[in-house]
Design a protein around this ligand. Structure first.
Ligand SMILES: [Zn+2]
Length: 234
């Protein structure tokens, strides 16, 4: 299917980063089981009490020290081989880029940069990590917010545009490590099906049965490495 496709793209989610030590935020013991998303995961909550929301964000800061795994590397290799054109990721960890993927759309933003809601100043992660918590804008002393999309925020227009551009003409979508529950990212597989494309699902526990042409149940690192091995052998 990959070889026959005219344009293949991947949609990834939390499941690709769990083997890098980043827990699924929705899992038992995950971030959202310990921090109520309505109290900690919304822009409204941040504006009301940024110091409180930073108790949760501090944990996210630790995650960015994680390293890409063999699956991330295999996906970068598929792009290098011209087999996958790009990745739309729901992850905010930047691991695809660290592994060498070049065309990555960060649908939910990323932890790579921070913005001051007071004056709009931008601050890179490296500087924020050195600051006392919660980090304050050096200009106006407002609390900085990571450039991730909170639950009550819209997907950034740039991410939507880049997604549309990447999905244009796609006839094969790899759905990897995501249960496709979160809107509007959940619409992406539907869009590809709607334009006559097909889905290959790679999940520990397949969720797209009936919609995916092929469901590969297995660990991300193992399945992706096996795909690259097969593509390079033949
Ligand atoms: Zn400021």
């Amino acid at each position: 299917m990959l070889k026959k496709s005219r344009k293949a793209v991947a949609l990834t989610g939390a499941g690709v980063s769990t083997e890098s030590g980043i827990p699924d935020f929705r899992s038992v013991g995950g971030l959202w089981s310990r921090f109520d998303p309505f109290e900690y995961g919304t822009l409204g909550a941040f504006q009301r009490d940024p110091h409180k929301v930073w108790q949760m964000l501090k944990e996210l800061l630790l995650l960015v020290d994680c390293r890409p795994n063999k699956g991330h590397e295999a996906m970068a290799r598929l792009e290098e081989m011209g087999i996958v054109r790009g990745i739309i990721t729901q992850n905010i960890d930047g691991l695809h880029q660290l592994a060498g993927s070049r065309h990555v759309v960060e649908f939910h933003g990323s932890m790579a940069s921070f913005s001051c809601l007071g004056c709009g100043a931008k601050m890179p992660l490296a500087e924020v990590k050195e600051m006392a918590m919660p980090p304050l804008c050096s200009g106006c002393r407002s609390v900085l917010k990571p450039d991730v999309v909170f639950f009550d925020e819209q997907i950034p227009p740039k991410a939507l545009l880049d997604t549309e551009e990447l999905l244009c003409g796609v006839d094969l979508l790899l759905v990897v490590g995501t249960s496709c529950e979160v809107m509007p990212a959940a619409l992406i597989p539907r869009q590809v099906l709607g334009q006559g494309g097909e889905l290959i699902e790679i999940n520990l526990v397949p969720v797209l049965k009936g919609r995916a042409r092929l469901s590969l149940a297995g660990k991300f690192t193992e399945v992706m490495s096996a795909i690259v091995d097969q593509m390079t052998e033949s």
